[in-house]
Design a protein around this ligand. Structure first.
Ligand code: MTE
Ligand code: MO
Length: 425
């Protein structure tokens, strides 16, 4: 039987199933006789807190489900302020979908309360028919669904250094990325409805929160795969994610996916708004700044084993993580278990979707050596996730946005795992 890494393996019975012995891959409690099985069931016996579940009926069905009380994944708020963020507990998740209540948050003026009955979206500017859409109007158009990541371009700044803090969790390192199924109306449908002029080259998206956040987007993205999303993982989009509707731009920096969207102005020039001039521009090594760097570069992070986990024993461990890219599909993730001296192709777990978190897995037989674990993502354009030194050489020491350099985990001979510089030795 394969046990999860977090399982508290009760080894009260004989344990003979190790790789190379009884054929099992992972150490577990092996049941050899009927007496062993009776012992095992007795070990699950009731305590004062939890009565024997085979002796009492449980509660009836309920209108709203709850997590098991022993599962308490939490977003981590960076600082208590209205212009703040909270991170997804990447190390606690399975698969690729982020439960909506754990989707990271980033907002510049708190979460507004917007009445869906009076909500509207105005599209005007270089169009034939300026139009106001209600939420019901938006929902009436043919809908699309897309499973895709959303990442803040400020994600991962903590790893953009040759000397990162060892006590950093995956959530703290890279928790400003999440994946949802987004449901909504393609912006191209609305563009056709209002008759966007062929001479238009940009559109400005404006949010209805107190930040009045505005971003200029090349009009091609609107025709391509942009959407006005009102659904998230099977339900209405959460208030934190932009209820009742947001712009969603697959693969592009989160900031441009304007939440609580209330206005789109089609133009022939960018607005030069605050969030595309003083912020969300990237200082380069030569001191100049890069503007409108929309696409998120390929990136990956090992989420297990990772700080604060400690490997309890030698043997086979599955190194697990996520990789993603704004340029299409992840085609490979390579894992090094020897500090970057050698790299092996990890297994990609289906589904592998474009612009979406992709799971990778790699079996590792740890024999108690001190080492460094690393992963690097490769996408369908051939782009390879850079080392920290490579990225610093290109971007200079002051990089803050788009920090997609390799992440690494140092493992001591005792199995203690800490965050480490993403530079192969
Ligand atoms: N109206 C509005 N849209 C916004 C923001 C905001 O503060 N106001 N924050 C942006 C930033 S910086 C990011 S990273 C994403 C975060 O989306 P999420 O909170 O759904 O994860 O929303 C973007 N859209
Ligand atoms: Mo962001």
């Amino acid at each position: 039987m394969t046990r999860g890494p977090d399982a508290d393996t009760a080894r009260t019975l004989s344990r003979k199933a190790f790789l190379g012995t009884a054929g099992g891959l992972v150490a577990g409690a092996v049941v050899h006789t009927r007496a062993d099985a009776v012992d095992l069931l007795a070990a699950q016996s009731p305590t004062q807190q939890t009565p024997d579940p085979t002796k009492v009926h449980g509660p009836p069905p309920s209108p709203l489900g709850q997590r098991a009380p022993t599962e308490q994944p939490r977003r981590l708020a960076t600082r208590p302020s209205t212009s703040a963020s909270s991170t997804t507990p990447l190390q606690d998740l399975h698969g690729i979908i982020t439960p909506a209540d754990l989707h990271f948050e980033r907002h510049h003026a708190g979460v507004p309360a917007i009445d869906p009955d009076t909500y509207s979206l105005l599209i005007h500017g270089m169009v034939d028919r300026p139009t106001v859409y209600t939420l019901a109007d938006l929902k009436r158009f043919p809908a699309v669904s897309r499973i895709a990541f959303l990442e803040c371009s400020g994600n991962g700044g903590r790893g953009y250094t040759r000397d990162p803090a060892p006590q950093t969790t995956p959530q703290q390192a890279d928790g400003l990325t999440s994946t949802s199924e987004w449901i909504g109306v393609p912006l191209s449908t609305l563009f056709r409805e209002v008759g966007v002029h062929s001479s238009a080259s940009w559109f400005v998206a404006e949010g209805g929160d107190a930040a009045l956040m505005a971003r200029s987007i090349p009009v091609e993205k609107g025709w391509d795969d942009a959407m006005i999303a009102y659904g998230q993982n099977g339900e209405a989009i959460r208030p934190e994610q932009g209820y009742p509707a947001r712009l969603f731009l697959p693969g592009w920096e989160g900031n441009a996916s304007v939440k609580w969207i209330r206005r789109i102005e089609v133009t022939d020039a960018p607005l030069m708004a605050r969030d595309e001039t003083s912020k969300y521009t990237d200082v380069m090594a030569d001191g100049r700044s890069r503007q409108f760097s929309f696409v998120m570069d390929a990136k990956s992070i090992i989420t297990f084993p990772a700080y604060p986990y400690a490997l309890p024993e030698r043997g086979w461990w599955e190194v697990r993580g996520i990789a993603w890219t704004g340029r299409g599909r992840i085609t490979a993730v390579e894992v090094s278990t020897d500090g970057g001296r050698s790299w092996e192709a990890a297994q990609l777990q289906d589904p592998v979707l474009p612009m979406c978190h992709t799971r990778f897995r790699h079996l590792w037989n740890w024999q108690g050596e001190e080492t460094v674990l690393m992963s690097r993502a490769i996408d369908e354009t051939g782009y390879v996730q850079p080392s920290t030194s490579e990225l610093i050489a290109a971007r200079g020491p002051g990089g803050f946005y788009h920090s997609n350099n390799i992440r690494a985990w140092h493992v001591t001979g005792d199995g203690v795992v800490t965050f480490a510089p993403g530079d192969p030795v």
